[in-house]
Ligand binder design. Structure first.
Ligand code: FE2
Length: 478
């Protein structure tokens, strides 16, 4: 089967090495809403080859920033490599120099010993872009987020965490709390005594620790949950002995072990007091993305896209993806109900039994609160890569879908209409790869009906990437 791929999505994993620093106007078909003004800023792996080596995994490629700027019915596009130390070292030496998610540099014996005592964290921020402490910041899963100009996409330098927040691993999915005017994130500090630190990063630049949770074998957690008053660390049973990260010589993620007997462990922490409200365990599952969380009477509802195990990570190695091999591991929107008091068990329920990834909600009005709609990428043809956009009604389980053969859409970013009355009143912005034409376009869908409103054709194909956000014009004034 691997020799005769049924799909053609492998084209989305070719390197794009050409930058478009000067914005180019894109041809638009259809009609953009007149109120839609701002920039969709995204990051993603774009260069997978350095010298004679190829990165191993989709998550490893060198990051490129992309901007689709929308105003007055028109769209411009620009792109630029993130000038991280990892990127510069690769350009200068022609070698992979920094360890990524599933790729390690070839080191001499001396280099291997030196790396044990002074590991270099990668700053190749290819996972997400957020407005973080009032700056445009690109993220990877280390404590080295990178600031950049939202206007020129020029890299400005590392986002500085206070020394007290030190650690190695973090998430590219910080949560924003508008009421408290701050972001939350977690940082894992690996050592003889490892810790998860839940942190608060204020819009005013102030940073402080909310809670410290000791951990013997840290879990791989790509995101975490947030309700109005709680943070939820969900320890998937994919865990590592920190000493292995130093001594094994294996790439980062290959040090983690799937131990389903540990179950799925939720730690619920109060934002304002740092108090650990409850630790509760459910049946083992894996996941990358939390969707939302909210208090439902005396329980916390935590919505996560779950997989039966962590084999999805193995299915995203580059050689496999480039062969367009069928993808058999799919995620499902799952609600966990965790009683906030006592020791009653956690219950789980599938909200819609369809594949879902790269989820988005109406974050501005529904983050941490009861909500109804989830948008994400789905799979129409079993085994295919993410080939459609789905909208799930979490109350009824109803699924709506946008799908056209040969088109592979990325994460649909919800932008609310300024006069919105309903939760789904707005548009979705998604970068779509057209396999037949070998180029990408920005797709604008009506978020309520998934009806197509407009397309803006990019000058080339853009490799499949992960996340980004819409920066309204007003937020770009600084
Ligand atoms: Fe993610």
């Amino acid at each position: 089967m691997l020799n005769q791929p049924a799909f053609a999505y492998g084209a989305g994993f070719r390197s794009l090495t050409e930058e478009t620093r000067d914005p180019v106007a894109l041809p638009v078909t259809g009609k953009l809403p007149t109120w839609l003004k701002g920039s969709l800023l995204r990051t993603g792996p774009s260069k997978f080859e350095v010298g004679t080596r190829t990165y191993n995994h989709w998550f490893d490629g060198l990051a490129m920033l992309h901007r689709f700027a929308l105003a007055d019915g028109g769209v411009t596009y620009a792109s630029r490599f993130l000038e991280s130390k990892a990127f510069r070292a690769a350009e200068t030496t022609g070698k992979i120099t920094y360890a990524e998610f599933a790729t390690d540099p070839c080191r001499t014996l001396f280099g291997r010993v030196a790396a044990i005592f002074n590991p270099k964290l990668t700053d190749n921020c290819c996972v997400n872009v957020c407005d973080y402490a009032r700056e445009a910041v690109a993220f990877t899963e280390t404590t080295m987020p990178m600031r950049f100009s939202p206007d020129t996409l020029k890299t400005l330098g590392v986002f500085g965490y206070r020394r007290a927040l030190k650690g190695q691993v973090s998430t590219a999915h910080p949560h924003y709390d508008a009421k408290r005017a701050c972001h939350y994130n977690y940082i894992a500090d690996f050592g003889m005594k490892s810790l998860y630190r839940l942190c608060r990063i204020g819009d005013d630049g102030k940073q402080r620790i909310v809670a410290r949770l000791p951990v013997a074998r840290p879990s791989y957690m790509h995101s975490f949950g947030m309700s109005e008053d709680h943070l939820v660390l969900t320890e998937f049973p994919l865990v590592v002995s920190p000493i292995d990260l130093r001594l094994s010589g294996k790439p980062f993620i290959q040090n983690y072990r799937w131990e389903p007997e540990r179950g799925l462990v939720f730690h619920i922490v109060e934002k304002d007091t740092g108090k650990l409200v409850r630790t509760a365990t459910a049946e083992a599952s894996f996941g990358f993305h939390h969707v939302n969380a909210f208090v439902d009477h005396d329980r916390l509802a935590v919505d996560v896209i779950t997989y039966p195990d962590a084999s999805i990570i193995d299915q995203l190695y580059l050689a496999r993806l480039r062969s367009s091999a069928p993808i058999t591991a799919t995620g499902t929107l799952t609600r966990f109900h965790i009683p906030l008091t006592g020791d009653a068990p956690v219950t789980r329920r599938i909200l819609a039994d369809v594949p879902l990834e790269l989820p988005r909600i109406n974050y501005a009005t529904r983050a941490g609160k009861p909500y109804r709609y989830v948008w994400g990428t789905g799979v129409q043809s079993q085994g295919d890569f993410l080939d459609s956009i789905v909208k799930i009604d979490a109350e009824t389980g109803t699924v709506a879908r946008w799908h056209l053969a040969g088109l592979y859409p990325g994460e649909p970013v919800f932008v609310p209409s300024p006069s919105a009355e309903g939760e789904d009143d707005g548009v979705l912005l998604s970068v779509v790869l057209d396999i037949a034409k070998q180029h990408s376009f920005l797709l604008v869908l009506d978020a309520a009906s998934l009806a197509e409103m407009a397309r803006a054709e990019a000058p080339h194909a853009i490799p499949f990437h992960f996340h980004g956000n819409f920066f309204p014009v007003a937020a770009q004034a600084t």
